[in-house]
Design a protein around this ligand. Sequence first.
Ligand SMILES: Cc1cc2nc3c(=O)[nH]c(=O)nc-3n(C[C@H](O)[C@H](O)[C@H](O)COP(=O)(O)O)c2cc1C
Length: 366
Amino acid sequence: MTTLFDDYELTTNLRLANRIVLPPLTRNRATDDFVPTASMAEYYRQRATAGLLVTEGVAIAPAAVAYPRVPGLWTDAQEEAWASVVEAVHGEGAVIFAQLWHVGRVSHSLTQPGGTKPVAPSPIPVVGEQIMTSDGLVPFETPRELETDEIPSVVDQYVDAARRARRAGFDGVEIHAANGYLIDQFLNDESNRRTDRYGGDIEGRLRFLLDVVAAVSDAIGAERVGVRLSPSGTWMQTNDSDKRALYGAAVTALDEHGIAYLHLVEPTIAGAQSVTAAPDAIPSAYFRELFTGTLIVAGDHTFETGTQVVRKGTADLVAFGRAFISNPDLPARFESGLPLAEADRATFYTPGDRGYIDYPPFGEGR
Ligand SMILES: Cc1cc2nc3c(=O)[nH]c(=O)nc-3n(C[C@H](O)[C@H](O)[C@H](O)COP(=O)(O)O)c2cc1C
């Protein structure tokens, strides 16, 4: 019977020590110039008993940034700093992928280089929500629609970041196509009203994602590329009139690309929070039928539900996000049946080491 502690061959030459995954968790601990720090290396090292670690969202370009102190991967200094993080994780024997991130309209001209408007598939703002900027919380603005002929240059930014990731020693990259950010904005028909080849029917709305996957795969090999999707998510107003058809087509197409893995956010998650699943939510098990490669699920899993998932085979690997924030030794706690520490939401996104690298392993004082 398969358990969370069984090893797993992710792809050629990439063997995971177990089936427990650290999912991407934005923690805003990089420098003001978006450079990873020594504390970040320590944070990931502490959690490197997971078989697979996926970094927090890593901005692929200055225009890809929404929030303060997120790490980037478009300069030599960032690449060098990431190499130290990777070295710390590899020293513990774990595998680590970098999550490549462009936020699209979930940014603001106060954050954008040159004070320009953020870009998106269509000039449709996120309504009724606010974004933290240098001026405090402000409403989202109407983004600038990307020109058809500038889209390839955004694809190139993913490729450049993927190349840098490999140079820094990362085992691969995860394309962030979930949670309402740029690629998700292209996928869903509420946020994509384009009439060119990147919009319209499902084939058109999938084009940007598949262009990114194809270009990054060409650069570093498809077996080093994962993709994250949130098929039932509507966070940041990425609704679609037929999510089952859209994400069914997306997963089928990704399967043909032979990627390293597909990482699905469960229906009860909206970004970083638990919610009631929508009535049209699609169970992750539906995608198991469509995807023949490695499947990871993330969202509200406990040791018990994660164990069920791998036992039944509805996914191959299970990610634990908030539990890993406050329990750096999560796999050991699972294995020994030890109690879990509660995560402190107040320090999720604050600068400094408090609530970041000061959660002790079980039995050691803080
Ligand atoms: C503090 C925090 C930051 C997050 N940052 C990211 C991120 O950068 N990229 C991403 O795809 N998901 C992000 N997520 C979502 C998690 O990867 C995961 O899907 C979610 O926490 C649900 O899993 P859990 O119930 O095990 O926590 C974040 C979640 C939290 C709590």
